[in-house]
Design a protein around this ligand. Structure first.
Ligand SMILES: Cc1ncc(C[n+]2csc(CCOP(=O)(O)OP(=O)(O)O)c2C)c(N)n1
Ligand SMILES: [Mg+2]
Length: 323
């Protein structure tokens, strides 16, 4: 096997491993919420079905780049190289979490990985990513700022303000729209005439689309985009067409979706596509591919036990103000 092929196998194995880690970890989160009701109180949003998008895009980044995310952030943090232990502990609000259990599912941030902010506000991180790109430009470093957001963000004014300025000032920012077809319970087409890409293109930045279910396509597209952005060619916008396999959030059974739609998307499950890239294209043996799954599950068992055993944060004492 040539060096290039062996790199390819290792690199793709890693991508599959990250996608599987996200999937199994979030299945565990759903299990925590349904079978142990007091472990997670309130809302959470999982990334199940969308794994190829985050994993492929983050694989194109370097260690000094910035990433901004959304309410569907667990997958992005793991894709960026976040460790499963502190991610899971944060989701269930424990002190060993990345944010000492005070951020919770909505706010898993990891500044040491360049993940500077998440937001429960739809579109909230788009201007922040443009701001980080402005700082990169001012400092003259060759970093990139990448922001993930959903199709629902095309309905937000903050998006247009941020993309407009980024385009005008040629900021090194990558706008990654994860179009999963729905904003909460509303199909994208019902609220956004004319498609996504033309809206960004109207602000005169380079735009493209990639198959958000295929980690290799996403990674290849992102690598080209990041290289151009880093070298000062200005911001870019990419639409990744994807699908969430579960409802919008904990309380949503997803019944509004047309019959057969989920099954059709499941045929292109990122995990199936990712495994076949290893098995069918690179000739990795089927049992080697299955071993990735066994390893991920063993690791998850170990980690979730540790997360569950770790304490809740203590209450914060608020200082008294004496005028
Ligand atoms: C400014 C704002 N408006 C409305 C909401 C309520 N809300 C939460 S998630 C969501 C849908 C977001 O859809 P999309 O951006 O496509 O992301 P997805 O959930 O599909 O990943 C809405 C409307 C919010 N959090 N913030
Ligand atoms: Mg959406």
């Amino acid at each position: 096997m040539t060096q290039a092929q062996s790199y390819s196998v290792e690199a793709r194995r890693k991508l599959l491993e990250q996608m599987l880690t996200i999937r199994r970890a979030e299945e565990q989160v759903i299990h925590f919420a349904t079978d142990h009701k007091d472990l997670i109180r309130g809302h959470f949003h999982v990334y199940i079905g969308q794994e190829a998008s985050g994993v492929g895009a983050c694989a194109a980044l370097g260690p000094d780049d910035y990433v901004f995310t959304t309410h569907r952030n667990h997958g992005h943090v793991i894709a960026r190289g976040g460790e499963l232990g502190p991610v899971l502990a944060e989701i269930i609000g424990r002190t060993t979490g990345y944010n000492k259990g005070r951020g919770g599912t909505f706010h898993v941030i990891a500044p040491h990985l360049g993940i500077l902010q998440t937001s429960g506000v739809v579109g909230g991180c788009v201007p922040l990513a443009a701001g980080a790109a402005f700082s990169i430009k001012q400092r003259g470093t060759r970093q990139a700022s990448l922001v993930f957001f959903g199709d629902g963000v095309l309905e937000e004014g903050a998006f247009y303000e941020a993309v407009n300025l980024a385009s005008l000032w040629k900021l090194p920012v990558v706008f990654v729209c994860e179009n999963n077809g729905y904003g909460e319970y509303t199909p994208f087409e019902a609220v956004t005439p004319g498609g996504i890409v033309p809206r960004a293109a109207a602000m005169e930045l380079r735009t493209s689309q990639a198959d958000g279910m295929d980690v290799r396509s996403v990674r290849a597209a992102a690598a080209e985009i990041v290289a151009r952005v880093r070298s000062g060619e200005g911001p870019e916008f990419v639409e990744l067409r994807t699908y969430r396999f579960v409802g919008h959030s904990r309380s949503d059974p997803g019944k509004y979706r047309p019959e057969g739609e989920l099954d059709r998307w499941r045929e292109r499950d990122p995990l199936i596509v990712g495994a076949s890239l290893l098995r069918d294209e690179l000739g990795v043996r089927a049992d080697d591919v299955e071993r990735v799954e066994v390893e991920v599950e063993a690791e998850l068992d170990r980690i979730q036990a540790a997360a569950l055993a770790s304490p809740f944060p203590t209450s914060v004492s608020i200082p008294e103000f004496n005028d």
